[in-house]
Design a protein around this ligand. Structure first.
Ligand code: PRP
Length: 215
C-alpha cells in the first residue's frame, strides 16, 4: 500500500459533486469574497453531515396530529470549537445543521517564520467532558495548530473529539493520526504536499485572509 493510501485510510474524505465544484471555486484565486464565503458555507454543511452521520439517538414519544408515535432526539451535546480565525468560516453552516450546538473558541495563529502555532485566546462552554467536540479549521497544513488544539481540548477533559477540515495536507493528517489515533478526521480534500513555506499545494492560499478579506 502506498504511503498516500495509508494516510487516506485515516481520514473520511468527502466524495460529492457539489464539494468538487465548490472546492474549485475556493481554489480559484480570482474568486471574490462573496462567492468564497458562499462556497465555504455549502461545503461546511456537507462536512457536518458526514461528520455527524453516526450521532447517538435516544428514543422519544411524540404526538403527530393523528396519533402517538416514536421519535428521536440527539443523545449528546455538540460543541463546535473553531481554531481562530479561519475556523470561524465553518461555524455558521454547522450551526444551521445543529442549531443548539455550543461553540468554544481557541485562538491561535501560525508564526510565519517558525510555522509553529502561537496560542492567544481560549473560551470554552461547559460540557466538553461529556459532549462531542468538533474542532474545526479549514486548513490542516503541518498539523501544528490542530495538534495544539486537540491537546488543549484533551487537557480540558474532552474524550470524544473529531477534527473537521476543508483541505488537509498528508503531513498534517499523518501527524494527527499518529498522535491522536482516537480522533476521527473528516476533510473535503487531501492535497499533494506542503511547500517550503508550509503552505498546502495546490491548496487555496490563506483561508482566513480570503474569507475575511484581509489580503
Ligand atoms: C492557518 C490555518 C490553520 C493553520 C494551519 O491559520 O487556518 O489554523 O494555519 O497550519 P498548521 O497546520 O501548519 O498549523 P493562520 O495562521 O493563517 O491564522 P488565521 O486563521 O488567523 O488566518
Amino acid at each position: 500500500m502506498s504511503k498516500r493510501q495509508k494516510i487516506l485510510d485515516k481520514v473520511t474524505v468527502i466524495d460529492h459533486p457539489v464539494v468538487a465544484r465548490d472546492l474549485s471555486i475556493l481554489r480559484d484565486k480570482t474568486t471574490g469574497t462573496a462567492e468564497f464565503r458562499a462556497a465555504m458555507g455549502r461545503i461546511a454543511t456537507i462536512l457536518a453531515y458526514f461528520a455527524l452521520k453516526d450521532l447517538p439517538l435516544r428514543k422519544s414519544t411524540i404526538q403527530t396530529p393523528i396519533t402517538e408515535t416514536e421519535g428521536y432526539e440527539i443523545d449528546t451535546e455538540i460543541i463546535i470549537v473553531p481554531i481562530l480565525r479561519a475556523g470561524l468560516s465553518l461555524v455558521d453552516a454547522i450551526i444551521d445543521f445543529i442549531p443548539d450546538a455550543k461553540v468554544g473558541h481557541l485562538g491561535m495563529y501560525r508564526d510565519e517564520e517558525t510555522h509553529r502555532p502561537v496560542d492567544y485566546y481560549s473560551n470554552l462552554p461547559k460540557g466538553v467532558k461529556k459532549g462531542l467536540v468538533l474542532v474545526v479549521d479549514p486548513m490542516l497544513a503541518t498539523g501544528g495548530s490542530a495538534d495544539d488544539a486537540i491537546g488543549f481540548m484533551k487537557k480540558q477533559g474532552a474524550n470524544n473529539i473529531r477534527f473537521i477540515s476543508l483541505i488537509a495536507a498528508p503531513e498534517g493528517l499523518e501527524r494527527i493520526s499518529k498522535k491522536y489515533p482516537e480522533v476521527k478526521m473528516i476533510s473535503a480534500a487531501v492535497d499533494e504536499q506542503l511547500n517550503q513555506d508550509a503552505f498546502i499545494v495546490p491548496g487555496l492560499g490563506d483561508a482566513g485572509d480570503r474569507y475575511f478579506s484581509t489580503t
